[in-house]
Design a protein around this ligand. Structure first.
Ligand SMILES: *Cc1c(COP(=O)(O)O)cnc(C)c1O
Length: 382
């Protein structure tokens, strides 16, 4: 019999046991966590939009118009005019012919990868790709090859060795646990040379990178010809919920036919789509949010250098502090929490063995004084 007690005890002994904190009230730099007021630096709400009054108002108005539940999958009768309008607005935003909404980013990745490749094909993934992309590769039944992190040489070798019928190269646009930006121009070139399709997961870049926050492809000036499959989530920088895949007319029509996590799931509430539409307008207009993030990142990085903290090479709001062993990362996270600062420790298998870290993230709603408070706490706890 499966001995769950034993399995749980093993996790605990390895300092890999995961526990949830309970949040009261909305996302924001200051939060009520397990009943205590704290300063938090671990949300993916980079632009500070998860509790924006205009987005909340659009959500309420959407609920008045459409009710709460969508009632069914998109292909049955759950595809509302709110979803449809959002798809069109997202397509314009990411400058692609068409967009398909998915209920979550995890599902978008499973759906897209498994619809594009299968038995006899191969999928090439950066070693540090998000878990959902790796799971997508496994689910697809294509041969899964993982290349060294951002290594064009490693990818080139694996592509050259492959005898697969169809090839799909998949990368995070901004790596979720490291914060570095994928070398998309080089990846584009290698993929094209080897007749492979390129897919980019922009979960951590949409709203944050590129002109008006249009994402990592736009950051490098790459259009649909260079990045034919662009996926992003709406629950991070956009501040709402859901995800999408953007690309050609044919790509989207094919996903509607073949992406099982699209077909066999209930559409998200239309009111969420209305909230996302409001958020997109703010993202396009509020350049100050991206500028503010850059100010906070600079302040944090120079302050960290002064107190001798070693940061990873990241220009994005994800600024991990590499610790190493899981128990030390957990201990530091606990000491910070005692000082009223919440940053969760990220441990294997989310990150490779021996690279446990505190994944510090910034939001446009953090103040410079709050960054200073974080630096002071890191100095006194470290
Ligand atoms: C969060 C994340 C996802 C999953 O998106 P959800 O909408 O939260 O399911 C996919 N890819 C990356 C890189 C992510 O960080």
């Amino acid at each position: 019999m499966i001995d769950l007690k034993q399995k749980l005890a093993e996790r605990e002994a390895l300092h890999l046991y995961r526990r949830r904190r309970t949040i009261d009230g909305p996302q924001g730099p200051e939060q009520l966590v397990d009943g205590k007021k704290v300063l938090s630096f671990c949300s993916n709400d980079y632009l500070g939009l998860a509790n924006h009054p205009e987005i909340v108002a659009a959500f309420k108005k959407g609920a008045d118009t459409y009710g709460v539940g969508s009632g069914a999958a998109h292909l049955v009768n759950g595809h509302s005019s709110a979803h449809h309008a959002l798809e069109e607005e997202l397509a314009a935003f990411v400058q692609r012919p068409r967009v398909l909404l998915f209920s979550t980013g995890y599902m978008a990745n499973l759906g897209a990868v498994a619809a594009l490749v299968g038995t006899g094909d191969a999928v090439f993934e950066d070693r540090l790709n998000h878990a959902s992309l790796l799971d997508a590769g496994l689910l697809s039944r294509a041969r899964l090859a993982r290349y060294e992190h951002v290594s064009i040489d490693s990818l080139t070798n694996k592509l050259a060795d492959s005898k697969a019928k169809e090839k799909l190269v998949v990368t995070d646009g901004v790596f979720s646990m490291d914060g570095d930006i994928a070398p998309l121009p080089e990846l584009t070139a290698v993929a094209q040379q080897h007749d492979a399709l390129l897919m980019v997961d922009d979960a951590h870049a949409l709203g944050v990178l590129g002109p008006q926050g249009r994402g990592s492809a736009a950051h490098f000036g790459l259009g649909v010809a260079e990045v034919p499959v662009l996926m992003a989530t709406l629950g991070k920088g956009v501040g709402t919920f859901g995800a999408f895949v953007a690309g050609s007319e044919e790509l989207i029509e094919w996903l509607i036919q073949a992406a099982r996590p699209y077909i066999y799931t209930t559409a998200t509430p239309p009111a969420v789509a209305e909230a996302t539409r409001a958020s997109l307008k703010i993202i396009e207009g509020d350049e100050w949010r991206r500028e503010k993030l850059q100010t906070l990142i600079k302040r944090f990085r120079s302050g960290a250098a002064q107190i001798g903290l070693e940061l990873m090479d990241s220009q994005t709001p994800i600024q991990p502090l590499l610790i190493g062993e899981a128990d030390r990362a957990v201990a530091l996270s606990r000491r910070l929490e005692a000082e009223g600062i919440v940053i969760s420790a990220i441990r294997p298998p989310t990150v490779p063995e021996g690279t446990a870290r505190l994944r510090i993230t910034f939001s446009a709603n953090h103040s410079e004084a709050q960054v200073d408070r974080l630096l002071a706490a890191l100095e006194s706890c470290g």
